[in-house]
Ligand binder design. Sequence first.
Ligand SMILES: [Zn+2]
Length: 265
Amino acid sequence: MSNWFYHQAGRQIGPVTEQDLKNLLQSRTLAPGTLVWTEGMQQWQEAATIHNLIPPASPPPPPGSGLRLQTQTPAPPPPPQSVAATAQTHALGACPLCGLEKHMNKGKPLYGHKVCKSCYYKFANRRQAAFFVDIMIWRFIMTPVGMVLGTALALLGMSQAGIQGVASLLGLLLLPVFYCKDCFSGYSPGKKLCGVRTVDTTTGAPAGIIASFKRNLPLLIPFMPIIVAGRLCKGHRTGDGWSNTKVIWQKYATSSVFAPKQPAP
Ligand SMILES: [Zn+2]
């Protein structure tokens, strides 16, 4: 006996046996106008129009109703096999960032959303690149400063050890300046270059000088920069919690992954 599918309340149900379908129609659980389909049929048809499906005991549909209903119903959906196949490819869903499905089978969580493997690593790479660009820029600025200072102090007759001491102290004193790197509208030079930005988690507004300082302060702890660099790809990193910030991918700023909890008015 063949398997049948039918439509009820806008949903496709089945497969059911022919006997089950007959019972449903006979008990009036399903109306005679219910669209049904089984293998071999070109398209969905009303149960009443199919020979032998509704027992003779049931009254025939009012004249003309079959035709009228048929013109009212929208184009029949494709047969169940193809519907099932489509559902399978859609099960993983599209990546909320790039909109593609192909890398979703190895998707990873980012800020509580599943994104595709490709976007996940692209974002992590951008953040890590930004981090290293910032450190390089900082070194680039600090090296000539240190050299000028060192030369000046040597001319003043300061010992080598003394100069090194002053240089270390100065480096430490200037570090807080480095920690404010995210305060330029949420961009550090490296972040600007790599298309990522630090924003307030709640409002989505660019991180200010205080938030920037707070989130970068943990970098003062020895080895913390290495731990932070390793954790960048997880989304929130050490320092983001208490400064209430997160780094977003500017290109996808409006996606659900990076959208603020409550957008600023
Ligand atoms: Zn993606």
